[in-house]
Design a protein around this ligand. Sequence first.
Ligand code: NAP
Length: 248
Amino acid sequence: MKLLSGKTALVTGASKGIGRGIALKLAEHGANVAFTYLSSVEKGQALEAELAAFGIKAKGYRSDASDFKASEELVNAIVSDFGSLEVIVNNAGITRDGLLMRMTEEQFNEVIRINLNSVFNVTKAAIRQLLKQKQGSIINISSVVGVKGNAGQANYAASKAGIIGFTKSVALELGSRNIRCNAIAPGFIETEMTGVLNEETVKQWREAIPLKRGGTPDDVANAVIFLGSELSAYITGQVLNVDGGMLT
Ligand code: NAP
């Protein structure tokens, strides 16, 4: 069953990993897909054709989500190219891990700017269009780390906890306008981001997860389809853990 036919969705940071999985799943469900990439230019460009093969309209934009003005230009371009924008997935993110003792101001600020300011930038840029349409679903990719914290990730945890506060506030502000805003908190998802961990650490993570495996981009993408579609029409301001039971 195609749950998003005729809708336009934006995914930030879709050149690889979870964002790529989300973009493909949205296309599979009939949405027209606008997506962004930044440094992975070839991968970003290749995705456009992969998405179009689903028979939907797809376009990639090279755009830095942490840049306020660029985000405004991005949303204007999408509305002009696609005619509407109903689903926004704020996914772009990075890690710059290190214990607080050694963490530099630059490492802290960079993670906040790319993970948290980006969510504000893109959401703020899109809000006028969503209000005009009287509909929209905003889905922000947080993390279990934003709920429970993690040693060595004070910057990342702060950015992901910030996303949860932002999500709940936007849900309260815009609920009366039929605009929903939810967050997804993925657990341990096996992508390039977690690929930097050594095999022993990965094994330990998998063993600690009640479902006994790391998650896949598809696991997160399925939750995006749910939150982006009418299946979740009465759900807003929530954090959906997609973590194999990790936080249980
Ligand atoms: P990934 O494989 O490293 O991919 C990150 C994506 O973000 C890339 O497409 C990258 O694009 C993009 N990106 C980074 N900075 C950007 C910017 N300034 N503007 C636009 N795009 C930017 O990471 P992932 O594992 O898929 O993670 C995706 C999201 O899920 C992140 O928000 C992450 O924090 C969150 N998450 C991941 C996990 C996990 O276990 N993997 C768990 C919880 C939450 P370019 O390469 O083109 O620059």
